[in-house]
Design a protein around this ligand. Structure first.
Ligand code: GLY
Length: 340
């Protein structure tokens, strides 16, 4: 029977049943090239250019990126342009300006970018700069390094002419003050319930009219995190990976879980080994669920864009959404999830 004949229900039943079994029985992706529970993505075949971005509210970012691609521009230029829209939006409390601070009241930003040649750059725990994605691109293009962090990243950005700004909006500051009053009484930092607040990290993947892929990822990370905490977004292979021969992937959600499985590289590598983007996202989520006993309380979402324009989207728990630009149309969708 072809994979197409298996429904979402079949996937969930098979996956949840599998979770009750010992690990040796669980490793089904190692046993067969065609696990039975995959669902193919039901959206129409793709026409270049394509933009695939985490979270519904990121349609304006996709519009900015689409304008570049429709002029025949490079995917790399498109994704930088698109992500900058969200970074500058004070209403988005998970990315750039307006992002919720760490427990010390500091807005620290993570971002990464990767092009069709495998070049990449990233910044981690960067303060005071509204567009970490552009600093990440500068790291990629103007240094011999891949990643700059903290004060070094800030010094580099200032030297490159980026403006030093206060990124803590009055709203984010009041949220932090509330958190200090209530949440800090608790011993453990609560994982963010991403999806309930309707969005999180922006991860954007694009396929340009020349058939080349690029990707970008930007976030203020886990709200009220320990100062110095770095998530998956700036870690190449975790929050973002681009392999121009096969596809690209990005993630949103609890970065610690993504880092532990090198999530975006894992998704891309599944595609390299013949899986569709949808199958690849499902396998990566399944890998996390298998290793994380409390996975039902947590959220991670993956997006994947294949070299042929096929897309994949899948999350641990309900609520992960994405914005898609394809065939000249902007649409939004909720991803299927491992936990119904
Ligand atoms: N996925 C964003 C973070 O965990 O920082």
């Amino acid at each position: 029977m072809s994979n197409n004949h298996f429904s979402r229900r079949t996937f969930l039943q098979s996956s949840l049943a599998a979770l009750a079994l010992p690990h040796t029985v669980l490793a089904n992706e190692h046993k067969t090239n065609q696990p039975e529970y995959f669902e193919t993505n039901t959206l129409a075949p793709a026409t270049k250019p394509i933009i695939l971005t985490t979270w519904e509210p990121n349609v304006p970012a996709n519009k900015a990126a689409a304008a570049v691609l429709e002029r025949g521009g490079r995917a790399l230029d498109a994704i930088e342009k698109g992500v900058r829209v969200t970074e500058a939006d004070p209403k988005d409390t998970s990315v750039g300006y307006g992002g919720l601070p760490d427990r010390d009241g500091k807005v620290t930003l993570d971002a990464s970018i990767m092009d069709e040649f495998g070049n990449c750059g990233s910044v981690a725990a960067l303060e005071h700069i509204m567009h970490p994605i552009s600093v990440a691109r500068r790291v990629m293009e103007k240094t011999q390094h891949v990643m700059l962090a903290g004060d070094g990243a800030l010094a580099f950005a200032l030297k490159e002419g980026f403006k030093r700004e206060n990124l803590l909006t009055p709203y984010a500051k009041s949220e932090w003050k509330n958190w200090l009053k209530e949440e800090s009484k608790k011993k453990k930092l609560e994982p963010p319930h991403i999806g309930k607040s309707n969005h999180d990290t922006i991860g954007m993947l694009a396929l340009d009219t020349h058939g080349n892929l690029s990707g970008a990822c930007s976030t203020s990370g886990w709200a009220f995190k320990l100062h110095g905490r770095v998530g998956d977004s700036p870690i190449i292979g975790a929050g973002l990976y681009v392999d121009n021969e096969v596809g690209a992937a990005t993630s949103s959600g609890l970065g610690e879980l993504v880092i532990k499985v090198v999530g975006s590289f894992l998704v891309t590598e599944f595609m390299r080994n013949g899986k569709t983007p949808q199958q690849a996202c499902e396998l990566a989520v399944e890998r996390i669920a298998r290793k994380q006993p409390d996975y039902k309380e947590l959220q991670v979402g993956f997006l994947a864009l294949g070299k042929n324009g096929d897309i994949g989207a899948f999350s641990l728990t309900k609520g992960f959404s994405y914005a898609l630009y394809r065939n000249g149309e902007h649409t939004t969708h909720e991803a299927a999830s491992f936990v119904a």
